[in-house]
Design a binder for this molecule. Structure first.
Ligand code: ZN
Length: 174
């Protein structure tokens, strides 16, 4: 495991990161190619999870609605696609970080519509998969907060995001 993924796990779980996420069942030792499959196949699952449902129902605790997670995952896929292009040209270079909560506020994820979100997610994931095929899994990068990583651990990190947020969407859609 690269320092990047170790740092990511410490950030998610605070201490004693589990081998398998207790909330969503994601196995952190997953093969990187399988993690990519989790991401690539996710637009169908999100579409199914939201079919006939209201994804924009506001949450009593003020947290994101179901559709907001689509926009979060779309921005994640887009950003990491750009990062793969960057490190394809400049292996080992430093990735520019961004705060997902600030982005959610300025883009107003909670007000963005579900149908466009499903379209955006599918389009972003397709481009992500296309560009992922152009970089070797051992291509390195430097993450500002978590340290050195590679494409394989980036895919594991993103695979968990795409897997974990399914449970959030299912819980929030009505
Ligand atoms: Zn999880």
């Amino acid at each position: 495991m690269t320092p990047f993924l170790e740092g990511a796990l410490d950030w998610v779980y605070q201490s004693d990161p589990p081998k398998v996420c207790q909330d969503c069942g994601f196995d952190w030792s997953i093969d990187a190619g399988d993690a990519l499959t989790v991401i690539e196949s996710s637009p169908d699952r999100y579409e199914a999870a939201l079919a006939g449902k209201n994804g924009m129902k506001s949450q009593a605790d003020g947290s994101w609605n179901a559709t907001a997670y689509l926009w979060h995952l779309t921005d994640l896929a887009r950003s990491w696609t750009e990062r793969w292009v960057q490190i394809g040209q400049m292996p080992g270079s430093r990735l520019v970080g961004w705060d997902p909560d600030e982005l959610a506020e300025v883009r107003d994820y909670r007000s963005l519509p579900t149908s466009a979100g499903l379209w955006a997610l599918r389009s972003a994931v397709e481009t992500f998969a296309e560009v992922t095929a152009t970089v070797a899994f051992d291509t390195p990068f430097e993450h500002g907060d978590w340290g050195n990583g590679d494409v394989a651990d980036g895919l594991r990190w993103l695979g968990h995001e795409f897997h974990h947020h399914e449970t959030d969407v299912v819980a929030r859609a009505e």
